[in-house]
Design a protein around this ligand. Sequence first.
Ligand SMILES: NC(=O)c1ccc[n+]([C@@H]2O[C@H](COP(=O)([O-])OP(=O)(O)OC[C@H]3O[C@@H](n4cnc5c(N)ncnc54)[C@H](OP(=O)(O)O)[C@@H]3O)[C@@H](O)[C@H]2O)c1
Length: 367
Amino acid sequence: MTLSDSAEHICCLISHLELCMSCRTHNLAEQAESTHDQSSCVKWIDAINFKLFTDIRVHSALTGVSFGKMSVKRVVVVTGASGLLGRAVKAEFDKAGWTCVGTAFSRAQDGLEKVDLTERDQVEALISKHNPSIVVHSAAERRPDVVDKRPREAEVMNVTATQYLVDACAKQNVFVLYISTDYVFDGKAPPYKPTCQPNPLNAYGRLKREGEKVVLKYPNSGVLRVPILYGQVEQLAESSVTALVEGVRRHPEPVRMSNYELRYPTYCPDVAMVIRQISERHLSDPTFTGVWHWSGADCMTKFAMATAIAELFSLPHEHLCADDTPSSGATRPHDAHLDCTELQSLGFGNQTSFREGIKAALQPYFS
Ligand SMILES: NC(=O)c1ccc[n+]([C@@H]2O[C@H](COP(=O)([O-])OP(=O)(O)OC[C@H]3O[C@@H](n4cnc5c(N)ncnc54)[C@H](OP(=O)(O)O)[C@@H]3O)[C@@H](O)[C@H]2O)c1
């Protein structure tokens, strides 16, 4: 190992373990600085070394990963960073001190890099330029009705572009985390564990499943499935949860709301936290790969969500009519509840209640 490799390993270790130097080392550092005394400096360095190498041993014992094999860079590329989930993911990595490169397409602003993921050359240039240790692939066409209307474009975006990304990452052994959906399941036998057999009911679910297969053929990868998402939106229509406000506001006109499909609205910052935790775990343990699920805990229909939104913001909701028949448009699973006990058992994640999350997300629209 070269000296610069060692330095990188040490930097990674410090950030990974959130190594906090003991009071003793701080005191010795102050002493060394104030006296310019060589022996104080040596004692300070010895103290740091002792703490560092103790932590290395503890870390190796916990993870089984030897010092020489540890991944080192906290550099992540997030595709779709202008989107609903991607914005939260970028914010989470930024907050945690990662170097995070966000990509976008039509909304490439505020430091996001413009990349058309459907162009192989652009994808290869992105990965070779930044040489990240992790790629979070969040960009997709995720509107089931749009996928039905423009199946070819959706396939290029959801499957072909994913293949380009995997190919580029494989050249540099970069870990790819693909964001997928509960719509890969048919909703007939919930809850679904990551090992359950997918059986998508609509074209969007089928394409996302194809994207999963592309990713999972590459060993250094993971798939995180999530259900219906909401969070800070640029416009209410951006999330199908916040879009419910439009119906609430149509009072007193009667508005039918789906009361058939059972959904588990999930707060984007919670998903972002899980994505960062998976990434950090993978950095310290490269064998941490596979399929995982994350979900909010509240089971609600769209009718229940709209009623809760109205109550939270003291708006009338008698005009909302529960529609107990399956939704029109692309076929949706009745109950594709994702079992997330595997990640929970690792101590990952947070499940913000719907009332708390939606209040935070919608506050700007009601103040
Ligand atoms: N939203 C949900 O309820 C939900 C539920 C389950 C799973 N998911 C999955 O979660 C992931 C994130 O979804 P989301 O709701 O955040 O999606 P989103 O808000 O629709 O964002 C889509 C992102 O893809 C980017 N994009 C589109 N075409 C592109 C292209 N040709 N090249 C590069 N980037 C392109 C968009 O960039 P520009 O906007 O800059 O063009 C945008 O950043 C997706 O994989 C989706 O399947 C979402």
